[in-house]
Design a protein around this ligand. Structure first.
Ligand code: AMP
Length: 287
């Protein structure tokens, strides 16, 4: 089993009330691959600029992540600057520089075109669609997005949604997408927009699943020391997508993903912060 992911590979500058770090490795595809590769084989589709040190991804390569679909081109790598408030639950974007993603036209190799499980990570919905269009017979399509794209690429995003099995967004995003303040109503509205299931990531409050048949709520793992919330959403996505790909039910997969995302915020960065399968199982025993 393997999962194909398209998303950002980035330099992040992140401020929290407890510290600040500049130009650290980030991006939706990076965090997704860091989480999912602990459980299965992952192939990454994306782009970086000439300022990107490819050896920063050696830890993924060592875990068997296929980076053949990651292009290095002239120009600057995607950059995101964000700030977390005192509750550390949601990030405020201070700056987004698309850079090499502005001109990126992903072309999948013959193996990638045969992928059966796809994760459309947070990136321009136009690019998500281009990847989806090249995959011959996807059996499971999961997707994420964020306020930036909901505001600037709504029509393209709605087209993608019609082809998605599971949409994984946070509460602010689902409210914005649906134009509805109640999270359950917003998730139901997003589900009617096309995704078969909608999973709403609610940070320290866990996660909500909405399908046309049922709703389900999974708690977060209670944590006293939160060090770095960046990437928690993509860790959640990685674990959820892999568990679904392995044939687990949505309810079980959401429960495991919520525990994994909680653990990921206890450490800083895409690398150190990733809980392995044993740590996730141990957390679930305690939950
Ligand atoms: P999350 O898992 O939701 O915390 O996502 C964190 C990652 O999203 C960061 O490492 C950022 O580089 C990346 N990111 C932020 N804004 C965007 C955007 N507009 N498009 C794609 N990726 C983004």
């Amino acid at each position: 089993m393997s999962v194909l992911v398209v998303g950002s590979v980035a330099f992040d500058s992140v401020e929290t009330p407890f510290g600040k770090r500049d130009d650290v490795l980030g991006g939706s595809a990076t965090y997704f691959a860091a989480a999912a590769s602990l459980l299965t084989k992952v192939s990454v589709v994306g782009v970086v600029g000439e300022d990107f040190p490819l050896d920063a991804l050696d830890f993924l390569r060592k875990r068997g992540v296929d980076l053949d679909g990651l292009e290095k081109v002239r120009g600057k790598t995607f950059r995101w600057k964000g700030r977390y408030g005192f509750d550390l639950n949601s990030a405020e974007t201070l700056d987004t520089q698309l850079n090499v993603f502005e001109q990126f036209a992903p072309r999948l190799g013959p193996k990638a075109c045969k992928a059966e499980r796809i994760f459309l990570g947070n990136i321009d919905p136009e690019l998500q669609m281009r990847v989806l269009d090249q995959v011959e017979r996807p059996r499971l399509v999961c997707a994420d997005t964020m306020n930036y794209w909901i505001a600037s690429r709504r029509p393209q995003l709605l087209k993608v949604l019609a082809r998605v099995d599971v949409l994984m967004v946070n509460d602010g995003e689902v409210r914005q997408l649906a134009g509805e303040s109640n999270v359950i109503k917003a998730a139901q509205a997003a589900q009617r927009m096309g995704a078969k299931a909608v999973v709403v990531k609610r940070g320290e409050y866990g996660a909500l699943l909405v399908t046309s048949e049922h709703n389900f709520f999974a708690p977060a793992f209670p944590l006293a020391d939160v060090r770095d919330p960046t990437g928690a959403g993509d860790t959640f996505n990685g674990v959820l997508a892999v568990r679904l790909a392995a044939g687990e039910t949505l309810d079980v997969a959401v429960r495991v993903a919520a525990a994994a995302a909680s653990l990921s915020v206890a450490e800083v960065g895409a690398r150190a912060g990733m809980p392995d399968a044993a740590a996730i199982e141990a957390a679930l025993q305690l939950a």
